[in-house]
Design a protein around this ligand. Structure first.
Ligand code: ATP
Length: 295
């Protein structure tokens, strides 16, 4: 269901067709590319060129396509083209924010951890929170990592806050703040999204208007085996064909009466012939694990 809702609009995307209203920087694209890294792919370079040009960009792609690496480059570029104090680096979770040296989106925005009530209530709270209102006022660029965990209603609320706080500076979407968002909607979803119609950020009313460019990174760096990459992509989309299912099946270690292969999970092991276990020449190792947490 998520697949249909997400892919259908346009995110298998390269360039938005409508021209941006934002002014493009005058730096030479080739010069910037040379400075960044010769190893970046064409898609990654396209993103950095857009960031350097003041455009708002959504970066997506499956695991290992270089989103995090690209985001780190993008943050450096943003700090080159804007005053440092006006670039805010955020993520939807504390762990993700720490990884990129930023803060949580909620903390930046001054909205607390509860999900957005109506936009007017949240706006009133933000305006009472002077440091937060000031952050919104001075921001020229806002980075949002792991945007897949932001629900659509909150995304719309944040855009409304930006526009209302900054109405004297700009009537544009997000009050003219350059938005660089990154995430993979096939990975972590929002927690307790309050509005089923706007469960995901890409369902927000302002989503498409928020970005000049939406890029789906296609080159997977984490694996090099083409067959494995294709298989992982198909699993991600829930579209495995019978050949791929057979291949997966072959990878499972299956109990064989005379072979030396062992079941790979405790569950299967418990159904394994106990005499086989006792007769096995190798010494069995037992590992104890303690796990703490709240349910
Ligand atoms: N252009 C590139 N050339 C070589 N290696 C690259 C390039 N871009 C990314 N990588 C490497 O690919 C690996 C995966 O990158 P990264 O962690 O940024 O992916 P990701 O899309 O953020 O993954 P995930 O969604 O799992 O967090 C890293 O080791 C990274 O250094």
């Amino acid at each position: 269901m998520l697949l249909r809702r997400f892919i259908a609009p346009s995110v298998a995307v390269s360039r938005l067709t409508s021209p941006s209203s934002k002014t493009l920087a005058t730096q030479s694209d080739a010069h910037l590319r040379h400075q960044w890294s010769p190893d970046l792919t064409e898609q990654q370079s396209l993103v950095l060129d857009a960031v350097a040009g003041g455009r708002s960009v959504f970066i997506t792609g499956s695991a290992g396509t270089g989103k995090s690496l690209l985001l780190r480059h993008a943050i450096r570029v943003l700090r080159d083209i804007h005053p440092r104090h006006s670039v805010f680096v955020t993520a939807s979770t504390g762990i993700a924010a720490t990884a990129i040296g930023g803060q949580t989106l909620h903390s930046f925005a001054g909205i607390g951890t509860q999900s957005a009530d109506d936009a007017n209530t949240v706006l009133r709270d933000v305006l009472r929170n002077r440091p937060a209102a000031r952050r919104w006022a001075v921001a020229k660029a806002l980075v949002i990592d792991e945007v897949s965990m932001i629900d659509g209603r909150l995304f719309d609320t944040l855009e409304t806050i930006a526009r209302r706080v900054r109405h004297r500076k700009s009537d544009d979407v997000w009050g003219g703040i350059q938005i660089i968002a990154s995430g993979d909607f096939f990975q972590l979803p929002p927690i307790n999204s309050p509005d089923p119609e706007k469960e995901f950020a890409f369902e927000a009313d302002c989503w498409d208007a928020s970005f000049d460019l939406q890029v789906d990174l296609s080159h997977v760096f984490r694996q090099s085996d083409a067959k494995l990459i294709e298989l992982l992509q198909c699993i991600r989309l829930g579209r495995c064909d019978p050949d791929q299912l057979r291949l997966l099946d072959q990878c499972c270690v299956v109990h064989s009466d005379d072979g030396d292969q062992w079941p790979e999970t405790g569950l299967r092991l418990s159904g394994f012939n106990p005499s086989k276990i006792k007769a096995h020449p190798k010494v069995l190792q037992f590992y104890e694990r303690l796990q703490f947490g709240q349910s």
